[in-house]
Design a protein around this ligand. Structure first.
Ligand code: COA
Length: 179
């Protein structure tokens, strides 16, 4: 990698019109179709940052908050929040646009974890990310806690080996008077 990369360098913006083939019998987009677009957009961000082939290993916090109707446009935007060792977290935000009514609304948001792999599919280290703005720094910090949460939930990280998660849980428990 030649330059010091920020989250903005990995930003990917995609738009896609919802056609009949993309919809269910209610005339709204299939969740799986939207997930596929989200995975594609997020993968571009992961690869744009790492400049190495990346595979999706986990997706969390997916929430379909508003249906997207036939003829509307889905607008996806993704960026890297944090690099760990061989993995990285990409955040994605999805909006739906009704062009004729000039209206936009948030319809999905999620966090994708990718792993950079070599030609044999083995994980390889990802170059560091340099958050610059206050928002990028906040996302960077929160990504560490989310990583511990997902690895803990998958049984890949014991609670005693976590830093942020353990501290947050202890702080939360101490706030409550359980006696
Ligand atoms: C991704 C893959 C190579 C990881 O293999 P693995 O044997 O689990 O590798 P490791 O245990 O060394 O973990 C590699 C990284 O993945 C992370 N990881 C593994 N499982 C994870 C999960 N469920 N959630 C978040 N991160 C995870 C590890 O924390 C590690 O990250 P780090 O190096 O930054 O600390 C392997 O699981 C795989 O090939 N999966 C299929 C990927 C795929 O086909 N995706 C869909 C199509 S693109």
């Amino acid at each position: 990698m030649s330059i010091r990369k920020t989250p903005d360098d990995s930003r990917c913006v995609m738009s896609e019109v919802v056609l009949p083939n993309d919809t269910n019998s209610h005339g709204t987009i299939f969740g799986g179709r939207l997930m596929s677009l989200m995975d594609k957009c997020a993968a571009i961000s992961a690869t744009r940052h790492s400049e190495i082939l990346c595979v999706t290993v986990a997706v969390d916090s997916v929430e379909f908050t508003s249906p997207v109707y036939l003829g509307e446009v889905v607008m996806l935007e993704s960026w890297v929040n944090r690099v760990f060792n061989t993995s990285l977290e990409v955040e994605i935000s999805v909006e739906a646009e009704n062009i004729l009514k000039k209206k936009r609304r948030q319809c999905n948001r999620a966090f994708f974890t990718f792993v950079a792999v070599n030609a044999r599919g083995k994980p390889v280290p990802v170059p560091p990310l340099h958050p610059e703005t206050d928002l990028e720094k906040e996302r960077y910090e929160k990504a560490a806690l989310r990583r511990e949460m997902r690895l803990y939930m998958k049984g890949r990280l014991p609670l005693e080996n976590t830093t942020h998660l353990k501290d947050d849980l202890i702080a939360e428990i101490s706030r409550k008077d359980l006696r």
